[in-house]
Design a binder for this molecule. Sequence first.
Ligand SMILES: Nc1nc2c(c(=O)[nH]1)N[C@H]1C(S)=C(S)[C@@H](COP(=O)(O)OP(=O)(O)OC[C@H]3O[C@@H](n4cnc5c(=O)[nH]c(N)nc54)[C@H](O)[C@@H]3O)O[C@H]1N2
Ligand SMILES: Nc1nc2c(c(=O)[nH]1)N[C@H]1C(S)=C(S)[C@@H](COP(=O)(O)OP(=O)(O)OC[C@H]3O[C@@H](n4cnc5c(=O)[nH]c(N)nc54)[C@H](O)[C@@H]3O)O[C@H]1N2
Ligand code: SF4
Ligand SMILES: [Mo]
Length: 691
Amino acid sequence: MVDGGAASSELKVLGACPLDCPDGCSWVVTVRDGKAVRLRGNPDHPYTRGALCTKVNRWLERAEQPDRILYPMRRVGAKGEGRFERITWDEALDEIAERLRGVIGEHGGEAVWPYWGTGTLGYLQGCEGFGGRRFFNVLGASAHAVDICSAAGAAGMEAAIGSAGGMDPQDLAHAKLVLLWGTNPLTSGHHVWKFVQDARKAGARLVAIDPVRTRTAQQADEHLAPLPGTDAALALGLLNVIVGLGAQDEDFLRDHTQGWEEFRERIAEFPPERAAEITGVPVADIVALGERIARTRPTAIRATQGIQRHSGGGATLRVLAGIPAVTGDWRLHGGGLAFSTSGHIKLNKAALYRDDLRPGPVRTLSMSRLGEGLLDVQDPPVKALFVIAANPAGSTPHQNKVRRGLAREDLFTVVLEQFPTDTVDYADIVLPATAQHEHADLHEAYGHLHLAWNEPAVAPPGECLPTSETFRRLARRMGIEEPAVYDSDERLAEQLLASGHPWMAGITLDRLRKEGFVRMAVPDPFVPYADGFPTPSGRLEFRSARAAGAGADPLAGYVPPVEVADPERARRYPLALISAASHEFLNTQFANNPELRRRAGEPAVRVHPDDAAARGLADGQRVRVGNDRGSFEAVLRVSDEVRPGVAATAKGHWPRFAGGANANAVVDERATDLGGGPVFHDTRVEITAAG
Ligand SMILES: Nc1nc2c(c(=O)[nH]1)N[C@H]1C(S)=C(S)[C@@H](COP(=O)(O)OP(=O)(O)OC[C@H]3O[C@@H](n4cnc5c(=O)[nH]c(N)nc54)[C@H](O)[C@@H]3O)O[C@H]1N2
Ligand SMILES: Nc1nc2c(c(=O)[nH]1)N[C@H]1C(S)=C(S)[C@@H](COP(=O)(O)OP(=O)(O)OC[C@H]3O[C@@H](n4cnc5c(=O)[nH]c(N)nc54)[C@H](O)[C@@H]3O)O[C@H]1N2
Ligand code: SF4
Ligand SMILES: [Mo]
C-alpha cells in the first residue's frame, strides 16, 4: 500500500465498530493525507482476530455515499414528504433552542423526549448514555428506556442469576456440548463461531434450536425447530428427562439455588410428550437431547436476543438459566449460559449519566412503544422529539402507528442522522452526524469482556458534528449554566472509567488510547457463579421475589407467546412471523448501500412448501404479508428451511425501498412479560398473493 513518497504520511488509527452487535470489533483505520483509505479488523484483538464482517467491510464506502447528510436542514414540505432546505448551524440551533423553550415553558420538561437508538453503542455518542443525556437531564426531559433489543432477556437473567451476564462466550471453546439456542451467529455476530469451532475440534457436539434452519443451524450436528416462543416449554421438557435420569447436581442445587423443590414440581408437569405437543419438536428429539445434556459436562448454552422477542421472553431466560443450575454447569469452566457480557461491565455509568442533574423525578418513555408515546401518552403530551441514532420509522413496532405519531403537526421533531432515512422524512430540523471514524468514543461489548477506545481518524465531512458536541453547542445556545454539560469527550471517558472496581484496575484512558482495547481484569479462568450469584439471596432464584414484584410468576416457568399461542388469532392469521437479522444489513443500517442492497435482494418471506401449497402460492411470487395492524410486500420463497406454521423474513429493509412498509407494519407494540421489551417474533400473519 506504499505509494510514492506518501508512505510517510500514512497513519494507522485504532478504533472500534460502534454497531449493535455482540462482537464489538476492534478495527484499524489507515489514513493517508487526511483521508481514510482502508479499514480492517484488528489482528491483535482476541475476539476480532483480524476479521470484520460482510457489512462493515463496506464502512468507508458507505460513509462516502452521495446520500450522506452533510449539513443542517429545515423541513419545507409536509411531514413525511422529505423535502428540506439547507440552513446554517446557527439557524438550526437558534430554532431548536427557541422551540424547546416554548415547549418547556408551556408543558414542562417532560414534554421533551430524547429518543436515542442503537445506531451506535458508544458511551459518548450513542444509546448507552452519551454526553447529551446530561443536557436532557438539566431540562427535566422524560427519561428514555432503550428496551427494543434485549430488555426481556436481561430482566429474565436478572431475576434468575442477578445479572444479565452469564458465562464468557470465549469459554464456549471449553464446552463438550454447545446449544445455540435462538441465535444465528453466522449472521448476527460471527466471531463467536471460532470458539464454537475450537470446541468441536476438541470433540464437542453442536445443537441449534431455531424454528428456521439458518446458516448456523445448517452447520450444526443437530437441529431442533420449535414453534416460536415455546422454548421454555422445551427447556422444561429437557429438564424433565434430566431429572428423570437422576442427573441433577444435588450439591449445587442445595448450596446455590433457591426454590428448587418447587421448580422440580414444575419440571414434573412437562414430560417430553407435553413439551412436544407445545413446541412441535418430536418426543424422541427431546428425550435424546435431554439424555445428552444429562451425561455431558460441561454443557454450554448460547442464547442471544432472538429467543426473547416474545411475550414470554423474560420467562424463557429464567428457565434457560436454570438448566446449568440443575446440571451444575455453572460451576464449570466452559459451562453455563452466555447471554450478554454487559452484565459484567464495571464502568461508572452514573458518573457519565448524571441523572442527579434532573430537577425532580421524571417519567420514562419506551423506545419500543413510540406510537403509544406520541399518540396516547398525556400529562404532558410529547411536544418535542429528538431522534438520535435511531430509525424508528423502520425499526420500531407498529409502523403505521409510529408514522401517525411522527406526522403530528404539533410535534417538533429534530433528527440527528447520517442518512436520509424514512424517519428523517418527518423531521422539522435535521442535524448532520459524524460516523465512527470521524469522532471519539468509548465502548464495551456484549459478546466479550474487552473495553475499547475509538480514536477519531479523520476530520468530519461537510458540517457533521459528533452528538456530544451537538449537545454542548445546544446547551450554550439555551444558556445552561451547569458546567457538567460542557465536559469534553475525554473528560467524560475518564469519569466513566473511574469506577474503582477491581476488574477495572489499570484501565485508564491513556492505556486504552495506546492499546486500542483492554480486557477487563476478571479472574482467569472466569467462572463467575461457581460460588454463588449476585441475587439478593446470593443464590440462583428459581423463585424470585423481584420477578413477582414486576408482575411475573414468582416461580420460573413457561409463559406462552401471546399471539403465536392464541387459537382464535391463529384461525385468522395462521402463520407465525419471524423477522430476524438480515445477513447484509445491521438493523436498518447499510440497507441504503447499493451493493449490500443488491446482495440482499428485495424483501423476501420464506414459508414451508406445505404452507405455500395450502395457499396456492408459488416460489418467486409477489405476496402481501398482513394482519389487522398493516401489511408489507415481499417475494415468496418456498423452502423446507422453515418449519410448518412459520413465515421467516428479515428486519432492516428501509420502508421507502420496500413499497412503503417493512415487517414492523404487522408487529404489535405490546410489551414482553418482563423488561418491557418488544415482541417482534410473536406476530401472527396471513400471506396472500399481492394484488
Ligand atoms: N447481520 C446482522 N447482524 C446483526 C444484526 C443485523 O440486523 N444484521 N442485528 C444486531 C442486533 S441489534 C441484535 S439484537 C442481534 C440479534 O441477533 P440474534 O440474537 O441472533 O437475533 P435474531 O436475528 O432476531 O434471531 C436469531 C434467531 O432466532 C430465531 N428465533 C426467533 N424466534 C425464536 C424462538 O422463539 N425460539 C428460538 N429457539 N429461536 C427463535 C430466528 O429464526 C433467528 O434465526 O444481532 C446483531 N447482529
Ligand atoms: N421487525 C423487527 N424489527 C426490529 C428487530 C427485529 O428483530 N425485527 N430488532 C430490533 C433491534 S434488536 C434493534 S437493536 C432495533 C434497532 O433500531 P434502531 O435503534 O432504530 O437502529 P437502526 O435501524 O440501526 O438505526 C440507527 C440509525 O442511527 C444512525 N446512526 C448511526 N451512527 C450514528 C451516530 O453516530 N450518530 C447519529 N446521530 N446517528 C447515527 C444510522 O444512520 C441509522 O439510521 O431494531 C429493532 N427492530
Ligand atoms: S457489525 Fe459486529 S461483526 Fe461486524 S464489524 Fe461490527 S462488531 Fe464486528
Ligand atoms: Mo438489537
